[in-house]
Design a protein around this ligand. Structure first.
Ligand SMILES: Nc1ncnc2c1ncn2[C@@H]1O[C@H](COP(=O)(O)OP(=O)(O)OP(=O)(O)O)[C@@H](O)[C@H]1O
Ligand SMILES: [Mg+2]
Length: 182
């Protein structure tokens, strides 16, 4: 029977979280894992976390809400892919603890989507870095707000060094090695 797990993509805006999540979703479907749910920060903030801003308190609230949903899904054997900047280590660790306690050790897979801020800024997929530099957006992670990288992520993808396909292969290899997929 399919095991439940959460793939938690963390990293700067433009690092590649949504890109990797989308590719992984495809790869899992190709492997016959069809009951995958995707929780993307941008979409979550228009529904589950509508009205929340980007203070530390609101960011942590957003992460705890996403984590709560992720843990319910994983508990019911629904693999889920979360993309959220999730800049604060303690918040990520709280979600990890909740999922490991409820679902089991290994069910929380933290993927550090690692890319230098200069490269993210050059990509500027959404034009947000330009706005942050002009001061039009305050509290922008990596510019005038902190990002705390994971100490021991299960998977560490340096997106300025590997292709998206190589990054997803690293995650698939981890899932196979841990028996989370066949
Ligand atoms: N190796 C790579 N892995 C992932 N994305 C890459 C890679 N190389 C280049 N890119 C590009 O970087 C961009 C990453 O944007 P993406 O929207 O996935 O970032 P994000 O982390 O989800 O940002 P946000 O937090 O703003 O949602 C895409 O345009 C993607 O094509
Ligand atoms: Mg994204």
């Amino acid at each position: 029977m399919q095991k439940g797990f959460t793939i938690w993509f963390t990293g700067l805006s433009g690092a590649g979280k949504t890109t990797l999540s989308g590719l992984l979703h495809h790869q899992l479907q190709a492997k016959g894992v069809t009951n995958v749910e995707v929780l993307d920060g941008d979409i979550v903030r228009t529904h589950l976390s509508k009205g929340l801003g980007f203070s530390k308190e609101d960011r942590d609230t957003n992460i705890m809400r996403i984590g709560w949903v992720a843990h319910l899904l994983a508990k019911n054997r629904v693999p889920n892919l979360v993309s959220a900047i999730s800049p604060y280590r303690v918040a990520r660790e709280e979600v990890r603890a909740m999922i490991e306690k409820t679902v089991g050790h290994g069910a929380f897979v933290e993927v550090f989507v690692d890319c230098p801020v200069e490269v993210c800024e050059k990509r500027d997929v959404k034009g947000l870095y330009a706005k942050a530099r002009k001061g039009e957006i305050k509290h922008f992670t990596g510019i005038d707000d902190p990002y705390e990288p994971p100490h021991r992520p299960e998977v560490h993808v340096k997106t300025d060094e590997v292709t998206p396909e190589q990054g997803v292969n690293m995650i698939m290899a981890h899932l196979k090695a841990k028996g989370l997929i066949g």
